[in-house]
Ligand binder design. Structure first.
Ligand code: AMP
Length: 361
């Protein structure tokens, strides 16, 4: 593992795997600190290219291109968790990679992730490993219904998931996720979904943001609201779980941890080893946004304050809602963030806005 031993000075170059909106907002935050960004993405029209000084358009398994990328950068990070394991391991031999390969492996596999969390004493939904119909039926017999069947790998925004109700045929549910290796989870009855955005530096410093309450529509995040309508004790518990996870992973960078809240109970759903959509409110409501915090962390800088100075509601702009940009731009206190994407396909994240108001609590 390659590490960073002293802070990268301004003028250094941070490599980012992935060219979507998260990479774009990382590059913008980096530019503000005098750090250059080099985006590596396979798609020629990646929105992050517009915000970075250097780009590589190549496949994630193009090892010649990856080697050149590693030589041109002083640290490499990524904006998505499905970075192929071989790609991360190859880069790690040439340049510091943060978050590290071990954290990536844990977050990429729902069984490894849940086993890791349970080992830390953090509540997770009851779960069973599913590799075929027989193991699915055995899992259902143990966990009961309703339950959720999820692919072990490569799921996001509710993709690769089937809910199993009282009348659902297990074989149909298994076929519905393509018969792939999966995890069966007990259905958690929750009042609210929240998340914790936390950061850890190479030096082991940890910063945890306030807890947002997240509202989804069609499995896609619609709004994140801070403060969440949860008790101080629940907020503290959620933040403590975030700290425990980031410390145990020896993690470097920003992490997003999604959780369910039922009464005073907090259950962790999943870990995203990257900046997270439910942390976009930090751009306008905190002293240091999650994006700047991630750049600081991976570049070996001291972390900034995660303190929140405003209340905020973050709303995602999906698909053709982007056509409302003039109306949104006309609202004086609305903070608009657009991603420079061409096609407004249905459900595509085209931008977001933050409505900030003076802090009440
Ligand atoms: P995920 O892909 O794991 O983030 O799940 C997407 C969404 O499905 C979550 O935000 C929840 O709304 C819902 N969900 C996932 N797992 C469960 C579960 N075990 N119990 C109840 N709802 C769930």
């Amino acid at each position: 593992m390659t590490r960073i031993s002293s802070p990268l000075p301004p003028g250094s170059t941070m490599g980012i795997l992935g060219g979507g909106q998260l990479a774009r907002m990382l590059a913008l935050a980096a530019a503000r600190l005098g750090i250059n960004s080099h985006i590596y993405a396979p798609e020629a029209d990646s929105p992050a290219f517009q915000a970075a000084g250097a780009r590589t358009i190549a496949a994630y398994d193009d090892f010649a291109a990856l080697e050149a990328f590693a030589r041109a950068t002083q640290v490499v990070t990524y904006e998505f968790e499905n970075v192929p394991g071989d790609t991360a391991a190859f880069l790690d031999r040439h340049v510091a990679v943060a978050p590290g390969v071990a954290a990536l492996k844990t977050a990429q596999d729902r069984i490894a992730e849940k086993t890791f969390l349970a080992g830390l004493g953090i509540p997770v939904a009851p779960f069973a490993e599913v590799s075929d119909l027989a193991s699915l039926e055995a899992g259902l017999a143990r966990i009961g219904r309703p339950a959720v069947l999820k692919t072990r790998r490569f799921g996001y925004d509710g993709k690769g998931q089937e809910k199993i109700h009282a009348g659902t045929d297990p074989a149909a549910a298994f076929a519905g996720i393509g018969g792939q290796p999966a995890v069966l989870e007990g259905f958690v009855r929750f009042d609210k979904e929240v998340s914790v955005i936390a950061a850890r530096s190479w030096a082991g410093e940890v910063a945890v943001y306030d807890v947002p309450e997240n509202h989804h529509e069609n499995h896609i995040l619609r709004t994140s609201t801070v403060p969440a309508r949860i008790s101080a004790a629940v907020a503290e518990k959620a933040r403590a779980f975030g700290s425990r996870i980031i410390e145990a992973l020896g993690y470097v960078g920003v992490i997003g941890v999604e959780m369910f809240v039922a009464g005073e109970e907090v259950t962790v759903n999943e870990i995203a080893p990257r900046v997270h959509n439910s942390g976009h409110w930090t751009m306008d409501a905190c002293h240091v946004s999650q994006f700047e915090q991630h750049v600081r962390a991976v570049c070996g800088w001291p972390l900034g304050s995660p303190e929140r100075h405003c209340d905020a509601v973050m709303t995602n702009i999906l698909g053709d809602e982007i056509n409302r940009w003039q109306e949104l731009a006309a609202e004086p206190r609305l903070r608009l963030h657009l991603y420079g994407k061409g096609q407004a396909r249905q459900g595509r994240k085209m931008g977001h806005f933050n409505r900030v108001t003076p802090r009440q609590a």
